[in-house]
Design a protein around this ligand. Sequence first.
Ligand code: 7TS
Length: 418
Amino acid sequence: MEANALTANAAAAQLDVERVRGEFPALHQQVHGKPLVYLDSAASAQKPSAVIEAVDHYYRHDHANVHRGVHALSERATNAYEGGREAARRFLNAESVSEIVFVRGATEGINLVAQSYGRPRLGVGDEVLITEMEHHSNIVPWQLLCEQTGATLKWVPIDDRGELLPDEYQRLLSDKTRIVAMTHVSNALGTIVPVHDMVVQAHAAGAVVVIDGAQAVPHVDVDVRAIDADFYTFSGHKVYGPTGIGILYGKHALLEAMPPYQGGGEMIKYVSLERTVYNDLPYKFEAGTPNIAGAVGLGAALQYVKGYGLDAIAGHEHRVLEYARQRAESTPGMKLIGTAAHKASILSFEIDGIHPHDIGTVLDHEGVAVRTGHHCAMPVMQHFGVPATARASLAMYNTQAEIDALFAGIDKVKEWFN
Ligand code: 7TS
C-alpha cells in the first residue's frame, strides 16, 4: 500500500509530544484503573490549559455583553470576542474579519449556507452535488434545501479504498450544478480530499463550493485563499477549543449578497416596526448574544495549534497513524475501512466475528477510548456493507505507546470473544 502522503515540511518537522501531553490535564487520569488512552478526538478533542485558562480568565475578569456597552467590561469582552475572530482569520488566512462568522459549529455553518445562500437561489432543474463520504451534517441540510426548492441532490461515489472517483466528479458536474458541498477530511475513513483541484473544476462549471473542514483543521494547514473555497466551516471543539462555537468563512461578496440566517439583536443597524436595515458583515449573521466565552476559547485554541504549527502536528500524527496501520495489517482478523493514499488521523476497523460495540466496551475496560457506530456517516457504512465500525482517531497528543495499548486491548477483545 502507498504510504500516506505528506508535505516535505511536515515529514521533517518534529513535535515535542511529551510537552504537548503535559498541557492537556484531562489526559492524566485513570479509567477503570488503567491510564486513559484517548483515541476519540475526531468526535471531540481534549482541551489544553491555554484554552481552559483563557475561558476561566474571561469569566473571572472580563465578562459583559459585547458590542453594546460603553463601560470597561463590555469593551474588554468585545475585544476578547473580536480577538477570537482575528485568530480565526489568521488561522484560515482569510482576507478580512468580515468574512469570519461565528456559528455553533460546522453543522450550523452548513445549514446557514444552505438556507441563506441556497434557498433564495435554487429551483427546479438546479443540482447540489455532495459526496458519498459526507457526515450527516453535510447531507441532511442539502436534502432539506432540495425539498424546499425542488432542486436535485447528486453525489460523487467513492471506491473501496474510500477515495472519491475523479471521473465521476467530472461527469456529475454540469451547468446545472449550483453548489458543491464536500468534506475536506472524512470522519469515518480519514481520506484527505484534494479540495483545491475539485474547487477549480466546480468553478469552471459555475458552482460555488462549501467545504466542511470539521476533521481537517486539526490536522491539515488550511488556507482558504489558496484553496479558493467559497465557504469553509469548522467546529471549535475538534480543534482543542470549546463546544458550541465554530467558524463559517465565506467570501465577502457572497456573504454580502445573502440575506440574514436569523433575525434578532446584534444583526441590525436600524429597526422600525415597518422595516430593518441589517448590520455590516459579519454581524448580519450573528443574531443575539453570541457565545463570547466560546470565541475567546476558540481563539486561544487556534493560537495554541499555530504555536506548534500544522506541519509539526501533521508530521507527528502521520507517523503514529502509519505505525497503527502497520500494526493493523499484521493483526489477524482485523480489517481497515478506509485505506486512501492520503489520510489523516482516522483508523476505522472491523474484527472478524466481533461486533464493533463489543470491541468498544472491552477497550473501555482497558482504559482505551474509541468510538463505535456509524459515525454519522451511514452512507459510508452502506458502501462498505457494515452496520458500524470501531474507530480510533488521533490528535497531536497521541503516541506510539498508546497505539501499543490499543493493540494490547484488541488482543483482550479477541481473547474475550474467540
Ligand atoms: N463534519 C464532519 C466531517 C464531522 O466529522 C462532524 C462531527 C461534523 C461535520 C459535525 O460537527 P459538529 O461539531 O457541528 O457536530 N463528527 C463527529 C464524529 O466523527 N464523531 O462525533 C462527531
